[in-house]
Design a protein around this ligand. Structure first.
Ligand code: ZN
Ligand code: ZN
Length: 175
């Protein structure tokens, strides 16, 4: 008897909803934060904090909005929010008082230092960027989070690492 194996996780790109800001790329469905070749799966609460900031697109997110979204019906103190902001800043590589991405707005809340770009799905290119092979919509192809597109042969040869951005290439969804 043969055991049926489920398909490996994260083999197929499912970047349904994504945000870009600064050097970062957030894959919302998988809570994955990409930066070049670095990929982190964000813990639930820092992910929610980041999502709220991204939805606000550089505008202030007030403290009560965080409380309502992160701890609905569960009154927590300011210290809790401060702690999760601190965690998010750490995940974004911000240490000490040098905050490049998440800014404190005194008396109000927090905001992102830059606008974010929201996207539904990734736009695949029509040909391999390495060998120029034409890729039709249902052809097997690999794509990185910055939409660099490669044929399977080239992607294999590069061990799935994008030469342009250093990011991981994943199989594109078949539609
Ligand atoms: Zn190719
Ligand atoms: Zn790339």
């Amino acid at each position: 008897m043969q055991l049926r194996q489920s398909p490996p996780v994260a083999e197929e790109a499912d970047f349904a909803l994504t945000y870009r800001f600064g050097p970062y790329f957030l894959d919302v469905a998988h809570r994955r934060l990409f930066s070049g070749s670095d990929v982190k799966t964000l813990p639930e609460k820092p992910f929610q904090v980041l999502t709220l900031l991204l939805e606000a697109d550089g505008k202030v997110v007030e403290r009560h909005t965080f409380f309502e979204r992160l701890w609905p019906g569960d009154p927590v103190g300011d210290a809790n929010l401060t702690q999760h902001i601190f965690m998010l800043r750490g995940l974004l590589g911000e240490h000490g008082g040098d905050n490049e991405y998440v800014l404190t707005v005194p008396g109000k809340g927090y905001r992102l230092a830059m606008p974010s770009e929201k996207k539904l799905g990734l736009a695949m290119k029509g040909s391999c960027e390495r060998c120029g092979r034409v890729l039709k919509p249902l052809d097997e192809a690999y794509i990185c989070s910055y939409e660099c597109t490669f044929c399977p042969v080239c992607s294999d040869a590069m061990a799935r690492i994008c030469p342009n951005c250093g990011g991981e290439q994943v199989a594109r969804p078949r539609r």
